[in-house]
Design a protein around this ligand. Structure first.
Ligand code: ADP
Ligand code: MG
Length: 726
């Protein structure tokens, strides 16, 4: 008789995987790119010229969509999709679950005379009405007025999703309630991009730039994830249902040898990665980089940056492709922030900048940032924004899953600070002293091997411990969780920077309006802003205990857990900020406050229930079987007349741990049976204070049992197996 765990290992040992599923020789990468996307080239080839031009203006310059072109676009999309084997279309939207949602409709309509016609009108392209009463709305919709509408987002191109028996035309959409409130993650993102664009353009106009018509925020999200053999999943109900292990003793070997980071990628994993990349290329996702990460079985994938709306859609799609493709190789892709305790968790580095529609990166310092006044203005605006609204950035990355990472010496602390690096720090110091003269140059690095070329040195070193780092020509927000939609963090970033740009533009407009030359106005304004904001700048080790003390001294907020952060969403200054830039109304913020609280309660409650279930039905039975074995051995030894003192002590010790384990199980079970009083935040606080500590207690005891119970009786795949059997 063997258990799940033994069956899993046997299955892995006996399976041959087909690793060569893609042939890049017969179909080169270049040809794959965008194959499934109704992109600019396809639009140009298939749309009447005026329609194409109007659509491109909307996409590239944010001009309002001309509603009369919808029919022509719909008809071209339909023909293109049908030629590519599509049978259905869907409005894809991003409800507050953080996932994507879709309902498929067939292109076919019966003619009434026995046959059917493929139809797709502009009306169907522009608007949909899924029955969406079951998505979280945080009180915005009662079920009796459950109407939610999807609306076409022409700035994110439609694409085809190929599935085993056919293909579906996927149309990215926003999702709003009957009363016009956003029920999704795309609507506020688009609004925040517009807010930033209008404020950034004011600054550009001051610098005499009349050509730029729109400023986009750009994002390149680096995505971390784990891949483990799928057979293990069936023996781990916690991984299967919660995405993370709730029990599991620390393995003898973890990540301490540092032999994994950038190491050679295992064959099956690289086959899977290549397949994912081919899929993503077809979908027009510009994936670029892949490598091993720090923890065993942990990896990273990164695309080339795009505008934030597209980058967000593509990151959602990327996670979806990875999950589905992993299965083809007998793997499972874990996107949870902390699938395994004791080794690194997974995050998402949100590389962020601003660029004009003509392609100018506004955070590019050039060779001499000190005389690049425009760069300084934009950069100082970001610093001011982070200094003024650190708690909003913090709450944008808050979740039960991410609580396991932030502040745990593997991910940035929960204290939001900015790393500028030597060069920029030096420029900012000079600027603050109103004494801008020089820029530290990077120079060259001596590699010490004469046959190698000299490498130009980056003027700024890396700092992995900072949550918000300037990395040459962009800022990198590193606290985002791996399973997150990047929408939330970018909505915050765009809005707080828009507010800063607004402030700066207003000051500069007043000064120049009164006849002050622009450069003088800038030199008069920025030092004061820097003085006020510099408390948030920290170039040292963000993991260190000294920094926690120093941050406290500086008065920087340290919102340690999700429940500490959630109230920020409905604070007066938050409501004022988001209402002013028309990104969220107060009601929308109230709904997010409720949804985040509920999500936290639900996630942790499911975990607690799962722990109790595993404790009672898997761990306790294994421990009792082993206890019986030991007891039998003690009795047998006694009967044989030998001294069984040590075995008796072992039995006593084991029995004591089992007893404590049972008590802790009962305790957690009782704590979990809590009925909220209807206030979701109140409930979340209860969960944080009463349930989470009991989960931690139970885990310690369960993990202790794992280290004493006979290996052949232990039912759960262990860390040493899940992380190292590849
Ligand atoms: P690393 O941070 O590992 O050195 P890179 O700097 O090359 O790697 O880029 C990391 C990510 O940042 C990539 O997704 C890249 O496309 C993105 N990135 C680069 N420039 C920008 C930019 N101007 N705006 C947003 N993201 C950017
Ligand atoms: Mg990076």
């Amino acid at each position: 008789m063997s258990n799940h765990r033994q069956q899993a290992i046997e299955a892995i040992a006996n399976t041959e995987y087909d690793l060569n599923q893609i042939d890049f020789k017969s179909k080169p990468l270049k040809e794959l790119f965008g194959e499934l996307v109704f992109n600019e080239d396809v639009q140009k080839a298939r749309l009447p010229k005026p329609v194409f031009k109007a659509l491109q203006k909307t996409i590239k310059q944010g001009v309002d969509l001309d509603p009369t072109i919808a029919d022509a676009v719909a008809s071209a999309m339909k023909d293109w999709a049908l030629e590519h084997g599509a049978t259905h279309y869907t409005h894809l939207f991003q409800p507050m679950t953080g996932l994507t949602a879709e309902k498929h409709d067939s292109f076919l309509s019966p003619t009434g005379t026995g046959s059917a016609l493929a139809e797709f009108s502009g009306k169907e392209l522009v608007k949909g009405e899924p029955d969406a009463s079951s998505f979280p709305s945080g009180g915005i919709r009662a079920t009796f007025e459950a109407r939610g509408y999807t609306g076409w987002d022409p700035t994110s191109p439609a694409y085809l999703r190929e599935t085993p028996n056919g293909a579906t035309l996927v149309i990215p959409t926003v999702f709003v309630s009957w009363t016009g409130e956003a029920l999704d993650k795309k609507t506020p993102l688009l609004k925040s991009m517009e807010a930033l664009s209008s404020q950034a353009l004011r600054i550009l106009r001051l610098f005499g730039n009349e050509d730029a018509k729109k400023v986009f925020t750009t994002v390149g999200p680096e995505q971390e994830y784990f891949l483990i053999d799928k057979n293990f999943l069936f023996g781990r109900p916690d991984l299967l249902n919660c995405g993370r292990t709730l029990f599991g003793a620390k393995p003898p070997k973890g990540q301490e040898l540092e032999d994994q980071y950038f190491g050679t990628i295992p064959e099956r994993v690289i086959a899977c990665m290549a397949d994912c990349e081919a899929e993503m290329f077809k979908l027009g996702i510009p994936v670029k980089t892949r490598h091993n990460e720090v923890a065993p079985s942990q990896y990273e994938i990164a695309p080339i940056f795009e505008d934030s709306n597209l980058a967000t859609d593509h990151n959602q799609l990327c996670m979806d492709v990875m999950r589905r493709t992993a299965e083809k190789y007998g793997l499972v892709c874990l996107l949870h922030e902390k699938p395994f305790a004791g080794i690194n968790g997974s995050g998402k580095h949100n590389n962020w900048s601003m660029a004009t529609d003509l392609g100018e990166n506004l955070l590019n310092p050039g060779d001499n940032p000190h005389d690049n006044a425009q760069f300084l203005v934009f950069c100082v605006a970001v610093i001011r924004a982070v200094a003024k609204y650190p708690e909003l950035l913090r709450v944008s990355v808050a979740s039960a899953g991410n609580d396991h990472r932030l502040g745990a010496n593997e991910a940035p602390p929960a204290i939001i600070s900015i790393f500028l690096g030597d060069q920029l720090q030096d420029v900012m110091d000079q600027l603050e002293r109103s004494d801008l003269k020089s820029t530290k140059q990077g120079g060259f690095m001596e590699v010490g091997v004469s046959v190698l070329p000299k490498l130009p040195r980056d003027a700024g070193d890396r700092n992995r411990t900072s949550p918000f780092a300037f990395t040459g020509n962009k800022f990198e927000f590193r606290a985002v969780g791996s399973s997150f939609s990047i929408s939330g963090p970018n909505v915050v970033l765009n809005t707080i920077v828009a507010e800063s740009l607004d402030y700066i533009a207003t000051q500069l407009e007043v000064a120049t309006g009164a006849g002050k030359p622009l450069n003088k106005a800038i030199q008069d304004l920025l030092p004061g802003i820097l003085k006020e904001s510099k408390k948030v700048v920290f170039n040292g080790d963000g993991y260190s205990a000294e920094w926690h003390k120093e941050a406290e001294r500086r008065g920087l907020p340290n919102l340690k857990s999700t429940t500490d952060a959630i109230p920020v969403i409905v604070r007066k200054d938050t409501v004022e900020l988001f209402s002013k830039y028309k990104v969220y109304s107060e009601r929308e913020l109230q709904s997010r406050y409720a949804i985040f609280s509920e999500k936290y309660v639900k996630e942790v409650t499911i975990e607690a229930n799962m722990m109790v279930h595993m404790a009672k039905t898997m761990i306790l039975p294994a421990a009792l079987r082993y206890q019986a074995e030991v007891a039998t051995a003690v009795n047998a030894a006694k009967a044989a007349g030998v001294d069984a003192g040590a075995q008796f002590d072992a039995l006593k010790g084991l029995t004591a741990v089992i007893g404590r384990f049972q008590a802790a199980t009962a305790d957690l079970e009782k704590a979990g049976h809590h009925e909220g009083n209807g206030d979701p935040y109140h409930h979340a606080k209860y969960i944080k204070d009463a349930v989470i500590p009991r989960m931690a207690d139970l885990r310690v005891l369960g993990d202790e049992l794992e280290t004493v119970v006979a290996d052949d009786l232990w039912p759960l795949p262990t860390y040493r197996e899940m992380l190292f059997i590849k």
